[in-house]
Ligand binder design. Structure first.
Ligand code: KIV
Length: 266
């Protein structure tokens, strides 16, 4: 009997008003730790382009990359709801592509649901996938796959026109069958308004604390990169320092032939 959280668990948290906890993970080791921390959802995000592959943007990420990392995550975590990103150009060219690639994330990766970026223009894709039995999450606000169109990573939805459009996009995605929305880098009052207007959960990242839940990239919340600190990231640990200290101690002991000592030898 699987202990994995399903769509029904997520809906239950939402109806109970219990904030939903989501974090990214891309491998067995972190996925195992996420299970121990009992977080609700793991997102195998295309942010793996940045934090795993070292790319400048998420644009180069391939469907095969997401499948590979989703499989690794599945082996490390038996309880979280598993959501996988549809990467850039795996759905934008049309519904057949979207359906085929979303199907691969479920069949080959083992994901329970997929996420795509965009509002009204992708609503017809959400509808096709939902009708095919694929649970879909939308992503509005700062949508990193469009970084070149935005000209950088900036707060979205500022001003009346942009806020009205974001609300219309959110409604269109819900109407098309999306079961949850990620809101990234939007003003807190707009995120609260969108959350209030919808009957599906919203998950915020840089969207204030009135959304139905929160998501952060795991390396960011663990403080693993001191060079990257947008305002919305809170570091709940300082692992960069801890890891560098441990690696330096290991290097010193090896160089001085202090490791391995008798306790670590056969
Ligand atoms: O790819 C990702 O990690 C994401 C989150 C930032 C929501 O889409």
């Amino acid at each position: 009997m699987s202990r994995r959280k399903t769509l029904r668990h997520i809906h239950q948290l939402y109806s109970d008003g219990t904030p939903i906890t989501m974090v990214t993970a891309y491998d067995f080791t972190f996925a195992r730790l996420v299970e121990k921390a009992d977080l609700d959802i793991i997102l195998i995000g295309d942010s793996l382009g940045n934090v795993i592959q070292g790319q400048d943007t998420t644009v180069p990420v391939e469907v095969d990359d997401i499948i590979y990392h989703t499989r690794a995550v599945m082996r490390g975590n038996n309880t979280a709801h598993i959501l996988a990103d549809l990467p850039f150009m795996s759905y934008q060219a049309g519904a057949d592509d979207a359906l085929r690639n979303a199907g691969r994330l479920l069949k080959e990766g083992g994901a329970q649901a997929v996420k795509l970026e965009g509002g009204e223009p992708v609503a017809h894709l959400v509808e096709r996938m939902s009708q095919a039995g694929i649970p879909v999450v939308g992503h509005l606000g700062l949508t990193p796959q469009s970084v070149h169109a935005f000209g950088g990573y900036r707060v979205q939805g500022r001003g009346d026109e942009a806020a009205t459009q974001l609300l219309a996009d959110a409604r269109a995605l819900q109407e098309a069958g999306a079961y949850m929305l990620v809101l990234e880098m939007v003003p807190a009052d707009l995120a609260a308004k969108v959350t209030e207007a919808l009957s599906i959960p919203t998950i915020g990242i840089g969207a204030g604390n009135q959304t139905s839940g929160q998501v952060l990239v795991i390396q960011d919340l663990l403080g693993m990169n001191s060079d990257f600190k947008p305002k919305f990231v809170k570091r709940f640990a300082a692992l960069e320092e801890t890891i560098v200290d441990a690696l330096s101690a290991y290097g010193d002991e090896v160089r001085h032939r202090a490791f391995p000592d008798d306790d670590h030898s056969y």
